[in-house]
Design a protein around this ligand. Sequence first.
Ligand SMILES: [Zn+2]
Length: 204
Amino acid sequence: MIMKTCTTCGETKSEELFYNGYYRCKDCQKEYMASYYKRNTEKLKKASANWKKENPEKAKAHVTNWKKENPEKEKARQTKYRKENPEKRAKWRKENPERAKTLSSEWYKNNAEWVKLVSTKWRKENPERMKTLRTEWRKENPEKVKALQTEYIGELKTGYVKKQIKQRFGLANPPEELIEGIRQQIKFKRLLKIKKDEKSIDAS
Ligand SMILES: [Zn+2]
């Protein structure tokens, strides 16, 4: 084993405990760098900002690379930033509505599985909050509600009704009249439910 003596702490250590070509041991070198950074923070920050200004492409590539190599850290950094700067985020979203929309829909696409999992869990744990949210959304989007209702009532295709009949009565090949009768019955029930929902919205 090759030994070396550190010029800072004076200890004799294995060569592995030194960075290549250094006379300070790794521990002392780390300490030295930390204190150097502390003493020159402003200067170093300025130099780094200057370098970024003069090498925008390289700086960008640097950041992109780092993000790619440290996805977990980047995720944590973003979460922390969002938590600490809610007003900045809101302001940015307000000023860039289109971009914000695209970004969030991209995000949802990329995290669909996770969103599904979390939202199912959240819905289960917050039934009251969910109810309020739904009511609020319905209040603010009357046209969408109407469209959804039309779709809901209109989409009573024969296949669906047949399935319902099979489940309810165990009939595999129901006659035409029965299909039509059940279809009307389901429509009526759905309409009643919608009326009830509308009343509860009006009352809230
Ligand atoms: Zn040392």
